[in-house]
Design a protein around this ligand. Structure first.
Ligand code: HGY
Ligand code: MN
Ligand code: MN
Length: 407
């Protein structure tokens, strides 16, 4: 079989589930597009000879039984959800490359000694509901009802209603699989380091720690014409002061610290009303836990200080707090060896600035990641793209690593 042909066929098919007219995908957890994609994946895996099963929340596995140690499983996959107006590779490429790599290996070398499994994780992004890694956290029984029973999406759809409407439910048992001996996630870099250094493969050593907040600032809505500047409690003005102060501090602290205010909703969001309220998000990341924790404290004190000075109420909700996570040394070694076999010196050993399901997996099973370059470092954007030659090299490296692990 030809890796490129099979991948391009599958990518075209799956990009259509939530596909946008100008390109790219919006495929949010438990949406109609998401349901269409997971059902199509179930059908495809069955047709390709995998043994298929859904878990309670919507994670999907496709299995090839091992011939000698079937009780040991080597797994590869990623998340099937996307951000709003995302690209066709973030998450999706990890699932499709696992399918193509395993099909290629089966055709070339027959049945593996250990079992091989493709994994499609229900959700990673936290783009529809304020909760991330719903798929991988459930995989290890780390999520529970109380985390999501009161959350809703921007349209007010309750998490639980969206889940049950899709035919899925909370995890019904506490058993966690102990047969998984390795997890390898293929992903786009989502940055421009590989492209800048003209490398085709990233051998990932670790994943940054990440904190995400939703902040609510409450001042006082008022008339835009009759309210003197000195008598206002303008939540947007307070928000901009917070952004200014914290971005300046983040720049002083320097790379690889990153700080993003990606979601901002003024209330009532009307041209001639002094905004009485602002809800905004904070996303802060660093590979060093100490630096991340110290700056997170500074974020919280700065927000409280400015709110106080401006006579505003403030609510700070930290809803994601993931530690930096290292990949498994033995797997890193295999990934590096396979990269060398396939692309010679055109690979780079590097950390990940993006969060991934591997950071959940790495705390439970030996885990590694393979990166392919993102053109102009663009991701979480319909322009997200990678040269097809690099996608194919990535799949070849993944196949080589899975061969080392399972054959
Ligand atoms: O936001 C991230 O880092 C990942 O793409 N979910
Ligand atoms: Mn991703
Ligand atoms: Mn993403």
């Amino acid at each position: 079989m030809d890796i490129r042909t099979m991948f391009e066929r599958l990518d075209k098919q799956f990009t259509s589930y939530g596909g946008l007219k100008g390109g790219g995908i919006t495929r949010l957890l438990y949406s109609d597009e998401w349901i269409e994609a997971v059902k199509a994946l179930e059908k495809l895996l069955k047709e390709e000879g995998f043994e298929v099963s859904f878990d309670d929340v919507g994670n999907l596995t496709g299995r090839i039984e091992g011939s000698e140690q079937p009780e040991e499983t080597i797994m590869s996959g990623s998340h099937i959800d996307t951000v709003v107006e995302g690209g066709h590779l973030d998450g999706q490429f990890g699932i499709l490359s696992a399918i193509v790599a395993m099909k290629y290996l089966k055709e070339k070398y027959g049945q593996p000694k250990k079992s091989l499994e493709v994994l499609s994780l229900a959700e990673e992004e936290g783009s529809r509901f304020p909760y991330t890694f719903w798929g991988s956290k459930n995989f290890f029984n780390l999520a529970n009802t109380k985390d999501v029973e009161t959350i809703a999406d921007a349209e007010g759809v309750q998490f639980i209603d969206a889940m049950t409407r899709s035919g899925f439910q909370f995890r019904q048992n506490d058993t966690v699989r102990d047969d998984i001996k390795a997890f390898v996630e293929m992903h786009i870099e989502q940055g421009k380091v590989l492209e800048t250094e003209q490398k085709s493969i990233g051998v990932v050593t670790g994943i940054v720690g990440q904190k995400r907040y939703t902040i609510n600032l409450k001042g006082e809505a008022n008339h835009a014409g009759t309210t003197p500047m000195g008598l206002r409690k303008d939540a947007v003005v307070a928000f901009t002061e917070i952004v200014q102060r914290l971005v300046q501090r983040a720049e002083e602290i320097g790379d690889p610290l990153v700080l993003t205010f990606g979601h901002v909703t003024p209330v009532p969001n009307t041209v001639n009303v002094v905004p009485g309220e602002v809800e905004f998000s904070v996303d802060c990341r660093h590979i060093d836990q100490e630096v991340l924790n110290t700056f997170a404290k500074e974020i919280e004190t700065t927000i409280k200080e400015i709110a106080e000075q401006r006579g505003m109420d403030v609510n700070i909700n930290l809803w994601m707090d993931e530690t930096p996570t290292l990949m498994d040394d033995a797997i890193i070694e295999k990934v590096e060896a396979s990269a060398e076999e396939i692309v010679g010196a055109a690979y780079k050993v590097m950390p990940s600035g993006a969060g991934h399901d591997s950071q959940i997996f790495a705390k439970h099973v030996p885990t590694g990641m393979i990166f392919v370059p993102s053109i102009k470092g663009i991701s979480h954007n319909v322009e997200e793209e990678t040269l097809v030659e690099d996608l194919v090299k990535g799949i070849e490296v993944l196949a080589s690593v899975l061969y080392k692990l399972a054959y």
